[in-house]
Design a protein around this ligand. Structure first.
Ligand SMILES: [Zn+2]
Length: 174
C-alpha cells in the first residue's frame, strides 16, 4: 500500500511508501489529512512501545516545496489524462478505441511530438483534420495544449490499491 503525498497547498506530488509517509509525519514534516473528522489512513497499523499508528493514506507537507515539478517526457497516457479523455476538437468523450494523438502542426509540416503540439483527438476528427493546421481545417482547439501538471502523470494508480480518500485530490487511472 502506498501513501499519497500532497504539497502544503494540497496539490498532489507523488506516491510514496507507507513507511516513508509514516516517518514524514513522525518527524513533523507532514501531517495526515483530515477528511472531515476522520484521518486519512489505511486499516493497517504499526505498534511501537507506547502506541499504535495507522499507516497514513494521504499526507500533506507542512512546508510547501517549490519548483519541484518538471514536465516529464512525452507520454500518451498522460496526454489523454491532461485532456481529460476528451477530443480537443469536437469535445466527445474518448475511450481507448476512439482516442488518438493529433499533432496540431502536422508532423509532415515539421510539428514535433511534444506536450504543446499534441492533443487528444477522436479518430474521426484526426482523419478529418489530416495534414492541416486547425485554422486550415476550420477546426479550432477547445483549449491550448500545455505541459502536464503532476496530477496528469500518475504512475500506475491502476496497479496499486486505491484509497477512496484520494478521489478528493487525484483521478484514478482508467
Ligand atoms: Zn473529435
Amino acid at each position: 500500500m502506498k501513501s499519497l503525498l500532497l504539497n502544503a497547498d494540497y496539490t498532489p506530488i507523488q506516491f510514496i511508501t507507507n513507511i516513508r509517509a509514516f516517518l514524514l509525519v513522525h518527524k513533523g514534516k507532514a501531517e495526515v489529512i483530515d477528511m472531515g473528522g476522520k484521518l486519512s489512513t489505511w486499516d493497517n497499523f504499526i505498534r511501537t512501545s507506547s502506541a499504535e499508528f495507522y499507516f497514513p493514506a494521504t499526507i500533506r507537507l507542512v512546508n510547501r516545496i517549490n519548483n519541484w515539478w518538471r514536465a516529464p517526457r512525452f507520454r500518451k497516457s498522460a496526454l489523454y489524462t491532461r485532456d481529460d479523455w476528451t477530443c480537443q476538437y469536437c469535445g466527445i468523450d474518448l475511450n481507448k478505441t476512439l482516442a488518438t494523438i493529433d499533432h496540431v502542426i502536422p508532423r509532415s509540416r515539421g510539428g514535433d511530438t511534444s506536450w504543446k503540439n499534441c492533443v487528444a483527438s477522436c479518430k474521426y476528427c484526426n482523419r478529418k483534420k489530416s495534414n492541416k493546421t486547425p485554422p486550415e481545417a476550420g477546426m479550432p482547439l477547445l483549449k491550448l495544449p500545455i505541459s502536464p501538471k503532476p496530477y496528469h502523470v500518475w504512475e500506475g494508480t491502476k496497479n496499486i490499491k486505491w484509497h477512496d480518500d484520494w478521489s478528493a485530490f487525484i483521478k484514478k487511472d482508467i
